[in-house]
Design a protein around this ligand. Structure first.
Ligand SMILES: [Zn+2]
Length: 77
């Protein structure tokens, strides 16, 4: 799996709606890719902050910035 594939499934992973096979593949990528691991951690924390402020939606602008940052840094993409 490459980072762009991982990013396609990021929402579902955070929602916990993945099937077990796909989840295993994503977790394997996370173990292998520091940048995606950081993205997941950052996104989870961001969601928690927004939820604590009763704002559920992750803004598209933030999502785009996160993805741009990871693609810029990750040499495997
Ligand atoms: Zn990655």
């Amino acid at each position: 799996m490459i980072c762009s594939e991982f990013m396609l499934h990021l929402d579902d992973m955070l929602d916990g709606t993945l099937d077990p096979t796909l989840r295993s593949a994503l977790e394997a990528h996370l173990g292998d890719c520091e940048h995606c691991a950081i993205t997941v951690t950052t996104t989870r924390k961001t969601i928690e902050v927004y939820r604590s402020n009763v704002l559920y939606e992750l803004p598209d602008s933030l999502r785009v910035r996160l993805q741009a940052a990871i693609f810029a840094k990750c040499k495997k993409c």
